[in-house]
Every structure is written in structure tokens, then in C-alpha cells.
Write a protein that binds this ligand. Structure first.
Ligand SMILES: [Zn+2]
Length: 136
């Protein structure tokens, strides 16, 4: 998986993947300071159909870029409650995962998979455990 950390630039709103806190935004060059309280790790389970489309990633309905097939990303976050949802193309049909980042629970893991439907597919996000994440 990627060692990069995803963050939304507070200045210009660009979603960027950076290696360490303090790295500049790729768009406006603002130094990006990562929250250090917790980390959300998201994993898109591999799909044998090899869906080429990236899933849109949303934290509390705020767009956080995309997630490729079988990709995993980490998003540093502050303490709080997070609703994690995904989109596929124009479809926002997704069963949300709700997670809490607290001083006792600083890491949360969410995996997402496609549940095929008759007309449209639904994405299912669910909270899971570290051992369900792909190896580093
Ligand atoms: Zn920026």
C-alpha cells in the first residue's frame, strides 16, 4: 500500500497525498500540517472485474479524492466522529461506515466493496480491524 498520507489543503481545497507533515500543497504551496490525533485507513477490496473507475472518497460528505481498485489510503484526522462514504461514477449509493476517533481509539479501519444490484451497484463501507488491511 501507499505510504502517503492524504489531506485536503485548508487553503485551496486541493486533495493531495504527502509523505510527511509540512510538505507543500502541490497546487498552492501552502505547507500542509497533518492532524496527529488519529488515522483513518481506507481499503477498497479488490474486484475481479477490475473496475477501472476510481471510487470517490467522502469524509462527513467532504470529498477526499479517489481510491483505485485494491488501493489503500491513510487519512490523518483529529478526534471526532466520521461518516465514511464512497461514490462510483455518478452514483452516491453507499452504505456508510460510521467511526469515532478518540484518545482510546486513535486508529480506525474501513473497507469498501461492491454489492451488485439488479439495476445499480451499491457500495458497502464497513468498519473493520487492522488485520483486514493489506500489508504495508
Ligand atoms: Zn493548496
Amino acid at each position: 500500500m501507499s505510504q502517503l498520507l492524504r489531506i485536503k489543503c485548508p487553503s485551496c481545497g486541493q486533495v493531495v497525498d504527502i509523505q510527511a507533515s509540512g510538505a507543500p500543497c502541490t497546487k498552492c504551496k501552502t505547507p500542509l500540517i497533518l492532524p496527529e490525533e488519529g488515522v483513518l485507513q481506507l481499503y477498497r477490496m479488490g474486484n475481479p472485474l477490475g473496475m477501472a473507475v476510481g471510487f470517490g472518497v467522502y469524509l462527513n460528505d467532504i470529498p477526499m479524492g479517489h481510491l483505485a481498485n485494491a488501493e489503500s489510503i491513510r487519512i490523518p484526522v483529529g478526534y471526532g466522529h466520521y461518516k465514511v462514504t464512497f461514490s462510483q461514477g455518478m452514483s452516491r449509493k453507499c452504505q456508510a461506515a460510521e467511526v469515532d476517533i478518540t484518545p482510546e481509539n486513535r486508529f480506525a479501519y474501513v473497507k469498501v466493496h461492491i454489492k451488485p444490484g439488479f439495476f445499480t451497484n451499491t457500495l458497502v463501507a464497513e468498519q473493520t480491524t487492522a488485520d483486514q488491511m493489506p500489508p504495508l
